[in-house]
Design a protein around this ligand. Structure first.
Ligand SMILES: [Zn+2]
Ligand SMILES: [Zn+2]
Length: 137
């Protein structure tokens, strides 16, 4: 097994593989570096723990958020997704064909320049919509 630390010490990717429900959920989130829906987490988690159900997933996700290890991403037309906490500022791409969300690294927006005079920008969100590489062909 390789070393799956993706430059994110806050997260749990260093955990030993085991079969607990919590570990299964954590492994799913570690395995794919893009925001995931509850449905995706449930489907993939069931590959290692068959007894996993939706309320268990919700309970564990809430716990991981409370622990500061997971963040919610709200994507218009897709709802709430979950991604690792502690990432640098980035945005998201939503594929309308396969209905998956992806991470767009970095940011080209100077929000102070586009905001109207007198408005003090504290944060911003950008969502890109279209087709991912596997759907574009
Ligand atoms: Zn796609
Ligand atoms: Zn940005």
């Amino acid at each position: 097994m390789g070393d799956p630390i993706l430059g994110n010490q806050l997260f749990f990717c260093t955990m030993k593989r085991n079969t607990s429900q919590r570990a299964a959920i954590e492994q799913v989130i570690c395995a794919d570096d893009r925001p995931l829906s509850v449905k995706e987490i449930l489907e993939r988690g069931r590959a290692s723990v068959k007894s996993l159900n939706q309320s268990t997933v919700y309970r564990n996700l809430k716990q991981l958020i409370d622990d500061g290890r997971l963040s919610q991403v709200r994507i218009p037309s897709l709802g709430v997704l979950y991604e690792k906490s502690g990432k640098t500022h980035h945005h998201h791409f939503y594929c309308r064909s396969c209905r998956r969300a992806f991470e767009v690294p970095g940011c080209a927006l100077d929000s102070r320049r586009i905001s109207a005079k007198g408005f003090n920008v504290e944060e911003h969100e950008i969502f890109l919509f279209g087709k991912c590489p596997s759907c574009a062909n």
